[in-house]
Design a protein around this ligand. Structure first.
Ligand code: SPV
Ligand code: MG
Length: 431
């Protein structure tokens, strides 16, 4: 009896999957691989049902003889264990980042004479509908909101990128790279006050009000499914903060980060070059506690951002504040620094972790950008935010295009730098 192997990354079985199982069954004993949660995340197929339920679902399908767990995106372990005569897969993985997985399978099978059978992908209305329903489900507030906490428990670090519009949201949602035999993508989105303000041509001083910030969030939510962390600046008055917590939670935002500053807020990266006032521990704890008191679900997170290192108040102050904020109910701590070297961030994380091994730590390595995600994770960091890089890359590109057109009195010279217009008109999918 020949053995066939096929691997699924779905929570719903549709006629496309059934078609693959039928093909496989004609060839012999059918083993289906169920990808683990950690692997599904790297595919942007965030699971909406637990692994045990997915295994049960696959086992129930007519023609399936056995289900095994596949715990990596590449097939090395599964194939070396099973040595299947055939791997069966839809032919839709020939292009795009998944083609790396296809190459991996072809190489593994070639080593012992196994064969890859590619079944034409089923592009029926029903399949399209189920695919889009799965995606839409992930965009619903109750799924999106809890996803950040799920990611913190599943990922070594939650990789978060700045977004400030539908378009940047799409970049965060869809950018996938293949490197070193893995597929990688961002896990979450940061709605930065700096970049949201800059996109509106305004300074980062809490001038762009919450109604406008919510409008930005809505544009992002329309076209994405990944969880959103809002840069909530100082959180404003505690009396206002409580209303905003309710609104954000209802919309499906996963976390708000508020910083312990008061008065006219300026961007932290100015450090001591401008006047900035740190809030008292008592006031800030009261604001955190007020927010925690009104939230309705266990999913939403209020993360306290400590500005002691930015304002040169020292490590002891930062650590004391961290403990006080956690005590007041903060679901996480963001520690910020504008040094080029990550030493003070490492020291804070190590000392905080020696007393508290579970409260999530968030960092923003803008100035100390040589540090890697794995170095930060080794010091106990849970969320890494790339807070402004999309805006900082777009602005020089747009400026240089504008200058080229002005200099040449036409757009020909800059055209090679641009995305072909044929591509921009098809960039956004229609429903
Ligand atoms: C932001 O992105 O707006 C932040 C991070 O608050 S920083 O700009 O570094 O203060
Ligand atoms: Mg900010």
């Amino acid at each position: 009896m020949k053995t066939t192997y096929t691997c699924f990354c779905t929570d719903i079985i549709h006629e496309g999957h059934r078609n693959i199982i039928r093909y496989a069954k004609q060839l012999g004993y059918v083993v289906v691989g169920a990808l683990t949660d950690e692997v599904l995340i790297r595919y942007n197929k965030f699971p909406t049902i637990p692994l045990a339920e997915r295994i049960k679902l696959y086992k129930e399908q007519e023609g399936v003889d056995e289900v095994i767990i596949q715990d990596s995106i590449m097939y090395d372990k599964a194939i070396s264990k099973l040595k299947p005569d055939y791997v069966v897969h839809g032919d839709n993985w020939k292009i795009g980042p998944e083609s790396a997985i296809r190459r991996n399978v072809i190489d593994l099978l070639a080593a012992y004479g196994g064969e890859l059978i590619e079944v034409p992908y089923t592009y029926s209305e029903q399949v399209k509908k189920i695919d889009s329903q799965l995606r839409e489900k992930l965009a619903m507030p109750e799924y999106r909101r809890k996803r950040l906490k799920q990611l913190i428990s599943l990922c070594p670090v939650v990789k978060t990128i700045e977004v400030h519009s539908g378009l940047t949201g799409l970049i965060a949602e869809k950018t996938v790279v293949e490197h070193g035999g893995y597929l990688d993508q961002f896990d979450a989105m940061w709605v930065s006050s700096l970049c949201d303000s800059t996109a509106k041509g305004k300074p980062d001083i809490e001038l762009v009000d919450m109604s406008s910030r919510l409008r930005t969030i809505d544009d992002i939510m329309e076209v994405t499914t990944k969880p959103i962390i809002l840069d909530g600046d100082t959180g404003g008055l505690a009396e206002h903060f409580v209303y905003n917590v309710r609104t954000l939670e209802r919309l499906g935002v996963s976390a708000v980060i508020i910083e312990d500053k008061t008065g006219l807020k300026k961007n932290s990266l100015f450090g001591m070059e401008v006047v900035q006032t740190q809030d008292s521990v008592e006031n800030f704890c009261a604001k955190i506690a007020a927010g925690k008191k009104v939230q309705l679900t266990d999913d939403f997170m209020i993360i306290a951002r400590i500005e002691s290192l930015i304002l040169e108040r020292g490590m002891k102050d930062a650590l004391e504040r961290a403990a006080a904020y956690v005590n007041a109910g903060a679901d996480g701590i963001m520690i910020h620094s504008r040094k080029e070297n990550p030493a003070e961030i490492f020291e804070f994380c190590d000392r905080f972790r020696s007393k508290d091994n579970h409260t999530p730590i968030v960092v923003v390595p803008t100035s100390y950008n040589s540090v890697t995600e794995s170095e930060l994770a080794a010091h106990g960091v849970n969320i890494v935010i790339y807070a402004n890089q999309l805006t900082r890359s777009a602005f020089p590109a747009m400026k240089s295009t504008a200058e080229s057109i002005l200099r040449n009195h036409r757009a020909l010279e800059v055209d090679t730098e641009l995305m072909p217009f044929q591509d921009i008109i098809t960039l956004i999918d229609e429903l």
